[in-house]
Design a protein around this ligand. Sequence first.
Ligand code: UD1
Length: 423
Amino acid sequence: MAKFLVQKSGPLEGEVTISGSKNAVLPILAATLLSKEDCVIKDAPALRDVDVMCRLLESLGAAVNTDFENNRVEVNASGELHYEAPYDLVKMMRASILVLGALLVRTGRALIHLPGGCAIGERPIELHLKGLRALGAVIDEEQLSRGIVDARAEGLHGNDIYLDFPSVGATEVIIMAASLAEGTTILENAAQEPEIVDLANFLNKMGARIKGAGTDTIKIEGVQQFRGVSHHVIPDRIEAGTFMIAAAITGGRVLIRNMVPNHLKAVIAKLRECNVEIAMTEEGVLVSADQKPIVSTDIKTLPYPGFPTDMQSPFMALLTVARGPSVVIETVFENRFMHVGEFNRMGANIKTEGKAAIIPGGKQLQGAQVVATDLRAGASVVLAGLVAEGTTEVSQIYHIDRGYENFAEKLRGLGANIMRIEE
Ligand code: UD1
């Protein structure tokens, strides 16, 4: 299995260009199943998760052409589709559940074994199912008790749906199903993430009538069919945030191209509290930490527009070296502190208590053998390795490959000392 060897690096300097968003392209690819015409997705990042989604679409009966060198995926789902998602693909990626709504619309049935994915606690899907039931789907309860979603619908009907929690995946699945249902759906307490807006823009280009995406109330008027379209995926805000922290933690100065600052308001505000200078320029966002020492701050993760849970572990890497103690509170996921054990092996001395992590800060980290326990945790131990004395060996980096395009190459381009070793 592949590993990263990370050595203490000087201040990162130069420019980096952010790739298309993983979390936007996955639902958009699932949504291509809703059209019987050609769809072209541009700026699709070359990632393991995107590849898995393409293979899933293919196994469901779509013709998929990938040109990852040019970040382009073409999908044609005009033929008959199968209703069952193969377990060997679904178990590789939790986001496979995103095909649920589109399969129901196209085939009248969706059969999916509940997936694994990031090891970050319970990740139930009862909200996805609540929404689909409200639109008229019938879920086999006995199968569900065995971890299999078997949903059937002979035609979906619009309805009013309230989500108990603004789940990103549930919002996306419901929007997809409701957009070709008969009548109007009002989805309340919807997730407001930029990726939801990108999905709605994509669907609207195809002919959907979706209003309010990006707010907590989304109105979807069902239409009868979709045309094929071409779409550019938005930049990956979590990748952008990770590179902002790479610049900050090394005391560097990095220009980040292809980043939408509005998507990262909470992260930018928190970095500024830590003394990081952030300037919006015509070419991109200039992140400088070469003037003042990094100081501590507290973080609480929340649904968008709050501080993103996916930035929690990368930000914690910064707080381990910041002057002064910090508290990080994780409210979105249970059990999303697996990286704490890895940071502690490097000398961070973090304590956790329920949803809170207490970080003493001000540490000189030491290189160690650490594990990428999930996608974002993996990126965060690499960040810590950039400032740790000696060598940090990061194993299980297939997690990082799921979500960061050319992570090591991009870091090396900024002067980081990181090598990939295939074993
Ligand atoms: C998406 C992102 C992921 C990000 C997360 C939260 C993708 C492919 N992944 O994941 O990177 O970390 O949003 O920003 O876009 N929940 C329930 N019941 C449900 C659904 C969710 O209790 O039916 C809970 C989950 O257990 C979790 C929280 O809600 O604790 C957030 O989940 P959700 O917003 O659904 O995240 P995902 O769509 O899985």
